[in-house]
Design a protein around this ligand. Sequence first.
Ligand code: CTP
Length: 403
Amino acid sequence: MLKGKLITLGVTGSIAAYKAAELASLLSKAGADVHVIMTAGAQKFVAPATFAALTGNPVQTDLFAGTDGPGGAGGPLLPHIELAKADLLVVAPATANILAKAAHGLADDLLSAAILAAPGPVLFCPAMNVHMYRNPATQANLAALKKYGRHVLEPGKGRLACGETGEGRLPEPPEIVAEIARLLGPAKDLQGLFVLVTAGGTREPLDPVRFLSNRSSGKMGYALAAAAAARGADVTLVTAPTALPVPAGVKAVLVETAQQMLEAVREHFPRADVVIKAAAVADYRPARAAEQKIKKEGETLVIELVKNPDILAELGRHKKPGQVLVGFAAETENLLANARRKLEEKNVDLLVANDVTRPGAGFGADTNLVKLIYRDGRVVDLPLMKKTELAHRILDAAHALRG
Ligand code: CTP
């Protein structure tokens, strides 16, 4: 996720400056190109050579280092502008002083000038004495920075280097790395792929005002479409009615019945690299949809149902080498046996099986609890997680199957 990213790391004069060395090391190991700016205060705690060795890049400390001109003794002519152009600028640890300067637009040293000049995301990781942190001036500065669109990773609570206890601890470096990865967004690893997703519960009309349907909310399918688009894929979402907005960057095809879903899917299937059938397709539909509203006449009403086409099974029959087909299996009993049978019968590459009777799993919930079942017999038991996160796991698995 951080591979090839240009990250400027600002280190200021807090006792936690030593933790910035681990942060620089983690970022470099993750493949980022890390350029460190140290304030004068930071250099009282850690030597620039430490960061130069960990990142493989020279450490910058001087706003005027480049006044000799390009190629001169000091390097770039405008180091603060060059360093500000990173994919992300992180200040860790951030002292009360740098927060105050950044909140007021001061630019009297290299780091504060780079922060002011940064067009992209800037993340502050405050670390200081608890009273300095709680001081209304510091709190006002943090609020101002957030208002200006800068990001703040709140400090942890605990025993501080000054001997006091409270908030002010720099979050652990892996936590900072996770926040940086979140801010930079997912890698565009699905660029160039066409991903077809189906979602929602189909509606099978009984008469002009009534239909048969199911409890599907569409959340899983929409999360998959959103995640694939965020990762750079070209995404078409064939969706039965839901209460959800179409995710950014996704082309939606609105359908109601299983038959309409089949036709829309058929149209897009030939160019699909990955197809994910998260829709809850009605297995049966009323044999006839009455033209007029059915009147309340007899004591009982018998509705004849006929079988709907199985869309996934049809795709399985026409699948070409290189196309990855992902199905879902919603079960209330014998999860593994039923899911394995569906995987075989429908010729899918990956089946996402959930026991919809388990708390937090299945229809309507924001979370899901699933097993990923592969053709080679592998079963991956995933823990309960948000559907938005599960969407990425399913895409990871489908992407890996493409080789
Ligand atoms: N599916 C489909 N067309 C249908 C029924 C299901 O494409 N007419 C797809 C679903 O989108 C899902 C998978 O098949 O990806 C499994 O759906 P599920 O309802 O669990 O299984 P069914 O095949 O309908 O089997 P059963 O109802 O007997 O459990």
